[in-house]
Design a protein around this ligand. Structure first.
Ligand code: GLU
Length: 480
């Protein structure tokens, strides 16, 4: 059975790159009916942020990436929070020391700092690598603080085959004797994720390509313990486009980079997930780019993952989001957009009709305020707005005539629904000898104060109601 995991560090927010990792990891296992695990990697206590784990869990829940094992759902391989597994790591680190693949290092901070000052790129000089067992024991008995380092082979090469990037090979002489256990008793990421992936039965390690070249160090650990290496699936980098057209690692200056910020800005989780799925993966023989999570489960395979960096395209995400919003049912749209509405909607406004006019026209939920503002109150506008070549309106007298005649009809109309209004105003074409477009142009400007509106004149009047429509038309006439 395929077992994958998502192993985020609780650093405060869900970067969209991390969410893409979670998604791909989830899909790779679920494509094969496998298991997906959530593990919280919180051993770097300096970076730990209170509440960050909740953000991770809620993001997975909102996006539908349910996990089979994890902090709150439990499972056979818990605990799933690394800070609760300290003893396990120490035990395995000591095993490694006994087997000759790791060693105690008692170097003081001062010594290491000095070393760094002398040669910033040289790394650790392996000072403690060959201490005698007696010396080590003496130091331990004396309570001297220690770290445990990995004893890297000094010659030869270490290779592994990544499912996306192919064979990766490193000269062992380039590998540092990295720290596995820190002086505070916590393990480093470099060590504990290997132990956990093995103990939790992870078959496919899916993560960002920043770990591609450190992985030789990790496979050496698997080899040292005699454990089967997992399949590695490193994902391409996510880049952002700079103003000058060049690309660089996606960061805040390119736009929102956290899932929460996108949601707060009115993106739908389904649209984000769909877009992220395509950011580094390409479906085979597919005519569509639209996939639900269930559809992704059935079509997602590792061989569709690309190794070239993916450029995050905010325009494309916005387009996707619009498509998802337009497909919402009116009820669902109202439910989702209501929390974004910042102003009081007057009771005379037909909210349901207004939202229905906007549903197919907005691309993110936060646009709602700006787009609906003219329904709530008439914007200030210049009378020149009425003049229009296409509708052959070149003088204000004509507009005045249209609006005055329309006012008579509207005042005598009780039912302000779109069809009745349209039927009621149509006879004006004959009596005034004008095209419907010309008449509706005048009325639409009068009731909206804008030349481009969601919906036509009668639809707008249906939303704002009789009194407001009449008041706006009267105001227009006095402007002319
Ligand atoms: N905690 C690591 C991170 O958030 C996980 C890397 C991995 O998946 O192995 O980058």
């Amino acid at each position: 059975m395929i077992v994958t995991r998502f192993a985020p560090s609780p650093t405060g927010y869900m970067h969209i790159g991390n969410l893409r990792t979670a998604l791909y990891s989830y899909l790779i296992s679920k494509h094969e009916d496998g298991k997906f695990i959530l593990r919280i990697e919180d051993t770097d206590r300096e970076r730990f942020v209170e509440g960050a784990t909740d953000i991770i869990k809620s993001t997975l829940s909102i996006t539908g990436l349910g996990y089979d094992e994890g902090p709150d759902v439990g499972g056979d391989h818990g605990p799933y929070v690394q800070s609760e597994r300290k003893e396990i790591y120490m035990e395995y680190a000591k095993k490694l020391v006994d087997m000759g693949y790791a060693y105690y290092c008692f170097c003081t901070k001062d010594r290491l700092e000095k070393l760094h000052e002398e040669d910033a790129t040289g790394g650790y000089d392996r000072h403690c690598r060959n201490l005698s067992p007696e010396e080590v024991q003496r130091n331990l008995d004396a309570g001297i603080p220690f770290v445990i380092r990995q004893k890297m082979p000094l010659e030869g090469t270490t290779s592994y085959v990544d499912s996306v990037f192919g064979e990766i090979s490193m000269n062992n002489s380039e590998l540092q004797d990295q720290i596995l256990m820190k002086a505070d008793g916590y393990p480093t990421y470099n060590f504990c994720h290997v132990i956990d992936d093995h103990l939790m039965g992870v078959t496919h390690v899916v993560r960002g390509s920043e770990y591609l070249t450190s992985t030789p160090k990790y496979v050496l650990l698997y080899d040292a313990y005699g454990w089967e290496r997992p399949t590695y699936v490193h994902l391409p980098l996510i880049m952002g486009r700079n103003e000058d057209g060049s690309i660089s690692k996606l960061s805040k200056r390119h736009g929102a980079v956290s899932f929460q910020d996108l949601i707060a800005d009115g993106y739908l989780p389904e649209a984000v997930v769909n877009y992220l799925a395509l950011l580094g993966w390409c479906p085979k023989n597919s005519e569509t780019e639209f996939f639900t999570l269930d559809e992704l489960k059935s079509v997602f395979t590792i061989d569709g993952v690309s190794k070239s960096p993916s450029v995050f395209d905010y325009e494309k995400l916005l387009w996707f989001n619009g498509e998802y919003i337009h497909k919402l049912s009116p009820e669902k749209f109202e439910e989702l957009v209501t929390p974004f509405i910042k102003c009081e909607i007057p009771s005379t406004v037909n909210k349901a009709r207004m939202l229905e006019l906007l549903r197919t026209r907005i691309t993110k939920l936060s646009e709602i305020n700006e787009r609906m503002a003219f329904f709530i109150s008439l914007p200030d506008y210049e009378r020149e707005l009425f003049l229009n070549k296409k509708n052959k309106i070149s003088d204000f007298e004509l507009v005045k005539t249209v609006l005055t005649s329309a006012l008579d009809i509207l005042s005598a109309t009780d039912s302000f629904d779109n069809d009745t209004l349209f039927a009621g105003l149509t006879p004006l074409t004959e009596s005034l000898g004008l095209k419907t477009g010309t008449i509706m142009w005048c009325i639409r400007i009068a009731v909206s104060g804008m030349t481009a509106t969601p919906g036509g004149a009668t639809e707008i009047m249906e939303v704002i109601g009789k009194d407001e429509s009449i008041a706006r038309i009267k105001a227009a006439i006095s402007k002319l």
